[in-house]
Ligand binder design. Structure first.
Ligand code: AMP
Length: 282
């Protein structure tokens, strides 16, 4: 596996491969890799000849400077995981490489539709402008035919698909399922911040989502939402940001049950760590 830090070197390495007809896949990450990330790499390897994993903790998508500062960066561990997985390239640029004028903000504002401003967009103002800004730059640097993202960040995939549509980009967006610990907790780079007690408490998030999934056909939307919230609020040290049963395109709460494209989403602070999770109901 080649470790590359600049866009020029990346293009030098990838251009001949692209010209020889190889299909290139991009897996964008912020590092602190776990099996969820590796599942994206594995799917990319099935669908393309060359897999590029990017590791970049993108400052423009963080709303809380403390969150940015404490984001884990175990680079040697990440390189070993990607080498063992048979990834071809890891792209680890500096902040200056991606944002030459940093910290002066660049002009970036695209219309991602009304779903930008709900759920995560409400709690993390400007988050999806930052996400789409860096993903656009990564697409330009790598020029992949396909890019893989996790359903774990449900709203993020929607926003990236909206960007691809809005800008007419030639990249296929592939969504991969959520990888969970055996007890149900969705894998996340932030899980390492959980104390032993918080780790235990965090299980209530997936439990609440699985409750909605299990009882979707027998309880009303109000009962499902209220009872799932009660499951979470019954546990100490958890501050619920939202729990909703929503339409998978608009992310607006369902008013009546539907038989397709229904998703339950949750976000909560567990101790000092903010976690998100979701389950596709149908
Ligand atoms: P991150 O490094 O957290 O920005 O995540 C990089 C990519 O990995 C995103 O597309 C995430 O949705 C995806 N991802 C993160 N956690 C998981 C997981 N538990 N299962 C599947 N994909 C994940």
């Amino acid at each position: 596996m080649e470790v590359i830090a600049t866009i020029a070197e990346l293009q030098q390495a990838l251009t001949p491969l692209r010209q020889s007809g190889a299909k290139i896949a991009l897996v964008p990450t912020m590092g602190a890799l776990h099996n969820g990330h590796l599942s994206l790499v594995a799917e990319a390897q099935k669908q393309a000849e060359i897999v590029v994993c990017s590791i970049f903790v993108n400052p423009t998508q963080f709303t809380d400077p403390k969150d940015l500062e404490k984001y884990p960066r175990p680079l040697a561990h990440d390189i070993k995981m990607l080498t063992d997985a048979g990834c071809n390239f890891v792209f680890m640029p500096s902040v200056k490489e991606m944002y030459p004028n940093y910290p002066t903000p660049e002009n970036w504002k695209i219309d991602l539709g009304p779903a930008e401003f709900v759920l995560e967009g409400e709690f993390r103002k400007g988050h999806y402008q930052g996400v789409t800004q860096i993903v656009y730059k990564l697409f330009n640097a790598v020029k992949p035919q396909i890019a893989l993202f996790g359903q774990k960040d449900f709203q993020q995939v929607l926003m990236i698909k909206n960007m691809v549509l809005a800008l007419g980009l030639q990249v296929d967006i592939i969504t991969c399922p959520i990888i969970r610990e055996t007890d149900g907790l969705a894998m996340s780079s932030r899980n390492i911040h959980l104390s032993e007690a918080d780790r235990q408490h965090s299980l209530v998030l997936s439990k609440a989502l699985f409750f909605i999934e299990e009882h979707y056909n027998t309880k009303s939307l109000v009962e499902l939402t209220e009872e799932a919230k009660a499951i979470i609020n019954g546990v100490e040290g958890i501050q619920l940001d939202y729990l909703t049963i929503a339409n998978g395109d608009t992310l607006l709460p369902l008013e009546v049950k539907t038989t397709t494209n229904t998703v339950a989403l949750v976000a909560a602070k567990v101790g000092d760590t903010r976690l998100i999770d979701n389950v596709m109901i149908n």
